[in-house]
Ligand binder design. Sequence first.
Ligand SMILES: Cc1cc2nc3c(=O)[nH]c(=O)nc-3n(C[C@H](O)[C@H](O)[C@H](O)COP(=O)(O)OP(=O)(O)OC[C@H]3O[C@@H](n4cnc5c(N)ncnc54)[C@H](O)[C@@H]3O)c2cc1C
Ligand code: FES
Length: 290
Amino acid sequence: MIARSQLASPEAVRAEPDIYLPSGATVTDVKRLTPWEKYFKFKMDDERDLHYMPGQFMKVSLPGVGECPISITSSPTRNSGDRLEMVVRAVGSMTNALHALRPGDRVGLRGPFGTSFPVTGKMRHKDLLIICGGLGHVPLKSVIEYVLDERHHYGQITILIGNRSPNNRLFIEQILEWKQRDDITCMETVDVADPNWGGNVGPITTLLPRVRLFSPDTVCIICGPPVMYKYVLRGLESLKLDKSNVYMSLERRMRCGVGKCGHCQINNVYGCQQGPVFTYKDILEMGEAI
Ligand SMILES: Cc1cc2nc3c(=O)[nH]c(=O)nc-3n(C[C@H](O)[C@H](O)[C@H](O)COP(=O)(O)OP(=O)(O)OC[C@H]3O[C@@H](n4cnc5c(N)ncnc54)[C@H](O)[C@@H]3O)c2cc1C
Ligand code: FES
């Protein structure tokens, strides 16, 4: 017979929730951000705090439809189980079904999964260069909110945001706020302008010559479409950053996110198990051509 003292206390069980077990959650807010993307806020049934860090993702499920990985866009500094934010681009059956959700509807959420950006590690006390391309802005909003909430732990912060067109811009209110702050630098560009756009035009690499770095020890965080990495890394060469200080998320190579499909495999590394966040140095060692 198991002695009572050998059983985990209810507190201990609550302290370590099983990330593979879905929790029910209710949609509490939905907003259209662009013609393709919607913002969602969820309240989890389980009152536990979700112990996640910027860069991690959840698996969102809908009974009878399926399940898909979606990055967390809210910062853990502003979040508990009742304020989990995500942004979904409608591309197929599951993401279109998510777009049909209204406040009060129910989903399953499990996670968090994946590695995170080192906001409490290597990024601390360093200057930061944060480069967001398109949907890559979604996980990086979590990073940006985190470092702004803990501003005193970081040096100079430069944020670059690139989108295909003004119509693709996510989080417009937050970008305006960031541009108005005098303790950070935020620059934005679009590949193709419309008549109402008065800002920079050109790919995100056109912003790089304007970046003034004060420390060679700057940590750079990048998330965007695969094609962006190649050109951004080339553009960063003149800044002479240490390759182990450049972090990237390789989530675009992934499908299931939990080690089942093999889609993310690069030689002997499963991106979803050891990533999605890797340093540039790690990626070169994996034999990966960016
Ligand atoms: C770690 C991770 C984080 C993600 N975060 C987000 C997020 O924050 N917001 C968001 O909208 N999407 C995100 N995605 C992508 C999202 O999971 C896929 O778009 C979704 O699974 C597609 O499912 P579907 O049934 O709607 O479309 P499907 O019918 O499965 O696919 C429709 C189209 O989308 C393409 N597609 C499928 N999976 C991906 C993928 N992983 N990346 C790019 N294209 C894909 C397919 O090739 C196909 O062309 C993330 C993916 C991963 C692995
Ligand atoms: S994404 Fe499916 S195995 Fe890694």
